[in-house]
Design a protein around this ligand. Structure first.
Ligand SMILES: CC(C)(COP(=O)(O)OP(=O)(O)OC[C@H]1O[C@@H](n2cnc3c(N)ncnc32)[C@H](O)[C@@H]1OP(=O)(O)O)[C@@H](O)C(=O)NCCC(=O)NCCS
Length: 173
């Protein structure tokens, strides 16, 4: 019988499997060093979707200041459309949401599945970064989500300045 999906914190021991999924998921994958750096940050949330000791997907979210930056989400290409990314996002919001908490991300304009995922989870487009992706100079859509509660649904007034000072999101997304 298939074991249930478990969402738990990502660990250094998971990284070999994470790298294998990352390379299947992106044309310009993150290096091992990038995952190690994100895991080392005390304020971030890094999650793994696991079944029978196998990593099926993962999510990396950092919080360098007052805003959460969703840096990376990926699911093994053979296991998509089964709710794994949804389950990762559910857990992120369980852990990180507080009224008015803000999240941002960048995503390729061509990445319709990811944009649908983010829109479903309450993110809204709030601008573009022209030629953001180095490999093909594709634009990034900048998206924001505000957690329900204080300020619900408002685009933060300092959205652009927070973004310009914040870290770059994933380069392969
Ligand atoms: C984007 C990605 C993480 C979605 O993972 P997933 O586990 O297949 O997604 P889920 O099954 O949880 O679907 C959640 C929602 O995402 C959206 N979605 C996912 N795949 C989609 C597709 N092919 N087309 C349209 N919408 C899609 C839908 O809104 C879906 O909700 P629904 O099933 O109620 O319609 C996955 O396609 C992936 O790993 N892509 C490559 C990596 C990537 O581009 N990551 C994002 C940039 S950092």
């Amino acid at each position: 019988m298939t074991q249930p999906l478990e969402i738990r914190r990502l660990t250094y021991a998971d990284l070999p499997q994470v790298i294998a999924v990352e390379r299947r998921a992106f044309a310009t994958p993150w290096s091992l060093a990038m995952f190690v750096l994100e895991l080392s940050k005390p304020t971030g949330i890094c999650l793994a979707a696991v079944r029978e000791d196998r990593i099926l997907g993962y999510l990396v979210c950092s919080r360098p200041d007052t805003v959460w930056h969703l840096m990376n989400v990926a699911v093994d290409p053979r296991l998509r459309r089964q709710g794994i990314a949804d389950a990762l996002m559910d857990r992120l919001f369980e852990l990180a949401d507080a009224p008015g908490e803000r999240y941002t991300l960048e995503v390729r304009t061509s990445n319709r599945s990811a944009i649908h995922l983010y829109e479903k989870r309450g993110f809204r487009a709030a601008g573009r970064r022209r030629g953001y992706y180095h490999d093909n100079r594709e634009d990034a859509v900048i998206m924001w989500r505000t957690a329900p509660g204080d300020g619900q649904g408002e685009r933060p007034r300092d959205a652009d300045s927070a973004l310009s000072e914040g870290p770059a999101g994933r380069l392969g997304g």
